[in-house]
Design a protein around this ligand. Structure first.
Ligand code: ZN
Ligand code: ZN
Ligand code: FE
Length: 748
């Protein structure tokens, strides 16, 4: 007879661990108890040695689906002769160390129940269990108990309570558990807020089939939905939402439906079906869906239904819906009913609302598979705020504020980096308020004061102004591209590397807008070894919106009169003169070395895109052209001191345009040139500095072709190559980098 005391750490609470341990102990006839404590999950078991071994093996091999065991401590003790095995009440301070649980897509068993006419959850859109359902989005405070969720206002009925209290039931301590008898109700309303009579599901189907646009309250906010097969409605939605070309996300009934419209690899299938249920960017197949869903793109962003509500919605006559974020332009996603009626009035014809309040907004996550690696584009629902483990344990609590676009923030505590949900563009009062409130919420949940705030060094960022006003011991500005680089170091536990950072714009130490950078360094320092030569951006923000301006600026700056003549041919005398004047006077024309701007320029030269109606549009459309062909050619380039001169590339592009080469091939040659020059310069740095680890980051590496090609060349050149896997390569990843830099600079 032996008694063991086990302490499990990681994601072990609120995931159904206690009932699993209970069942296992009962089966093996072991005595003792299990409880949640501040330390983690504590188990005392006593019995025969062999059975105890089986007990431990079983826990290690088949833990609950949502758990993650990071550490198991085992202690041998004198037997106490327990009489039975019990689940004990949690001790004081429970879950202080604990991860805030994330939202989980509906599980198989719940799905079966909502389709079973004999089950009490039949057709109930808020069915959930310990293995699935809302978590982060309904939590008002920790510990994660029903009283600290927005479900607290719904007293459980007897049947629900019985399941909730039964350790052997799948709903044991499933905090949001509910049924048609006791849980939230769902309604359909017209745009004036009048509730429509009838069954919500049939009403919604009818309205959608009529071509109406609806606001549908989900788990982390509202979606705007319409029938994706109806081109007229999709165009109407574009018009009402004021969104010219930015692709709309789709929700499809099931994998078979996805396969009908898209090419899906095994890896992509498993991501679609995962508990995080993200939007996955897929290659579209043929043409039965309207082009207006994703104009000029060969890809579609697709997700599967992840709540019972969505599942029911897609179980009828419609199998593909547009499900785009319920917001107006770049404002935060709408989460409350009143807010929805007010903000989405002009966009939506009807509203599907319900009584379960959303406490924390959370947008859908977006990712793509490049080669065989997963790349996050937006890390939000299903991921946030699960922490990322970092190598070094910090001694302070550090807030990484993130950037101005695609903002999220990060709280680094001990060796865990808690990344917030997607906040978005910090360019409105609403977004600023959202950011501030979300920081307070995460601080409260983690019971963590902030000692150090790290923020982007850009003097004009609102996120940085907010950061400087937060109470803390230290406020530390961090350079944008250093943060990008460090995000990859942090993810991979690296100390130093050659950082190739390609993105749109970020403020550099020389006051110019950086974005095509060869850095060398680690957490506390970096050197800039090479960069793309600067070009003035005539009109600053305007130049970023209108690629023809950048193209003209490139031609005038680097190809002189030859370039001017070509620009006049392409864009007309008037536009070229405008740019020429601005450049001559240096009026509102900041200098940029951004990779995104070079892509914009080439896209404009090829007449792929003259106007960016969403961030990265031109580059995105240009990269899709590259995916359509194959070719290994590339243009040359020239280096002068530390600047990569673009005129060889530009001249090559112009020559190919004149000779009538297809745009696909020109785009490919251009992409290949960038990959080739990365290899050449990395090789030179390796020779001079003796480092052969390369990290790739920055929003331009969302370009699938560019990332694949660059990695392939670098790997065949003998480099170890790393890119972002756990956080986005775009500005959604810099909060992690900022926090890690602050830790190394400030904590001993
Ligand atoms: Zn479930
Ligand atoms: Zn009930
Ligand atoms: Fe960036």
């Amino acid at each position: 007879m032996v008694r063991l005391r086990l302490v499990l750490k990681g994601v072990v609470q609120g995931v159904g661990f206690r009932p699993l341990v209970y069942r296992l102990a009962r089966r093996l006839d072991l005595k003792g108890y299990v409880l949640n404590s501040e330390e983690g999950l504590v188990i005392e078991v006593e019995g025969e040695e062999e059975r105890l071994e089986e007990f431990i093996r079983s826990i290690r091999n088949s833990p609950p689906p949502l758990s993650r065991i990071d550490e198991v401590r085992i202690e041998r003790l004198e037997p106490k002769r327990y009489g039975e095995f019990l689940i004990l009440e949690s001790t004081q301070g429970e879950r202080r160390e604990v991860v805030v649980p994330k939202d989980v897509a509906m599980c198989e068993e719940c799905r079966r129940e909502i389709l079973d006419p004999a089950d009490r959850h039949y057709l109930y859109p808020f069915t959930n269990c310990t293995n699935c359902g809302p978590r982060f989005t309904i939590i008002t405070d920790l510990p994660y108990d029903r009283k600290n969720t927005t479900m607290s206002v719904f007293p459980m009925c007897e049947a629900c309570r019985k399941e909730y209290e039964d350790p052997l039931n799948r709903r044991f301590h499933a905090q949001p558990t509910a049924c048609p008898n006791c849980g939230p109700r769902i309604f359909v309303a017209d745009r004036e807020g009048r509730i429509l009579a009838g069954d919500w599901l049939r009403l919604t189907w009818t309205l959608l089939l009529e071509g109406k646009i609806g606001a549908i309250k989900g788990i982390g906010g509202f979606h705007i939905a319409c029938d994706a097969t109806n081109g007229k409605t999709v165009s109407l939605l574009r018009q009402r939402k004021g969104r010219d070309a930015k692709p709309f996300a789709l929700m499809m009934r099931d994998l078979n439906t996805v396969r009908r419209y898209c090419v899906v690899s095994e890896k992509e299938e498993s991501l679609l079906l995962s508990r995080e249920a993200p939007i996955v960017i897929l290659r579209r197949k043929g043409g039965s869906l309207p082009r207006s869903i994703a104009p000029n793109l060969d890809t579609l962003g697709v997700m599967l239904p992840y709540t019972p509500l969505h599942f029911l919605l897609l179980s009828g006559p419609l199998d593909v819906l547009v499900m785009t974020s319920g917001n107006y332009t770049d404002l935060p996603i709408v989460k409350d009913d009143g807010e929805a009626f007010e903000r989405l009035y002009g966009i939506c014809d009807f509203f599907v609302i319900h009584e379960r309040a959303i406490e924390n907004r959370c947008d859908d996550s977006v990712l793509q598979v490049i080669g065989d690696e997963v790349q996050l584009i937006r890390r939000s629902r299903g991921f946030a705020p699960e922490p990322i483990k970092v190598k070094r344990r910090t001694t302070k609590n550090i807030l990484g504020m993130g950037g101005e676009m695609k903002n999220n923030f990060c709280i680094l505590r001990k060796e865990e980096a808690y990344l917030s949900q997607y906040i978005g563009e910090i360019d409105s009062f609403e977004a600023e308020e959202y950011l501030k409130a979300a920081i307070e919420t995460l601080k409260r949940m983690l019971k963590t004061p902030i000692d150090v705030v790290a923020f982007d060094a850009h003097p004009g960022y609102s996120s940085s102004s907010i950061a400087k006003e937060l109470p803390a011991e230290v406020h530390l500005p961090v350079y944008h591209h250093h943060a990008h680089m460090t995000s990859v170091l942090a993810e991979n536990g690296l100390e130093q590397a050659i950082g190739v950072i390609l993105d749109g714009t970020g403020y550099g130490p020389d006051g110019h807008l950086w974005g095509f950078e060869f850095l060398l360094g680690g957490y506390t320092h970096f050197e800039r070894l090479f960069h793309l030569a600067y070009v003035p951006l005539p009109g600053a923000e305007w130049a970023i919106k209108e690629p023809w301006r950048v193209a003209t600026s490139y031609l005038l700056t680097y190809l002189g009169e030859e370039g001017a003549a070509f620009a006049v041919d392409l864009f007309g005398e008037e536009r070229v003169e405008l740019v020429r004047k601005m450049l001559e006077m240096g009026f509102n024309s900041p200098l940029s070395s951004g990779c995104g701007r070079l892509f914009d320029a080439v896209a404009a030269l090829l007449n792929v895109c003259l106007k960016n109606t969403y961030e990265g549009q031109a580059a995105c459309e240009l990269s899709e052209l590259a995916e359509r062909g194959t070719c290994e050619d590339f243009y040359g380039y020239e280096i002068e001191a530390d600047a990569i001169l673009p005129h060889v590339i530009l001249r090559g592009v112009l020559k190919d345009i004149r000779s009538g080469l297809p745009r696909e091939l020109i785009s490919l040659r251009f992409h290949n040139s960038i990959a080739q020059l990365i290899l050449d310069l990395a090789t030179r740095i390796r020779r001079e500095r003796g480092l052969d680890v390369v990290v790739l980051s920055g929003g331009s590496f969302q370009n699938r072709y560019l990332l694949r090609k660059t990695k392939q060349l670098l790997k065949s050149g003998g480099f170890s190559v790393f890119s972002n896997r756990l956080v986005p390569p775009n500005d959604g990843g810099i909060s992690l980098g900022q926090a890690l830099i602050a830790d190394r600079k400030i904590c001993a």
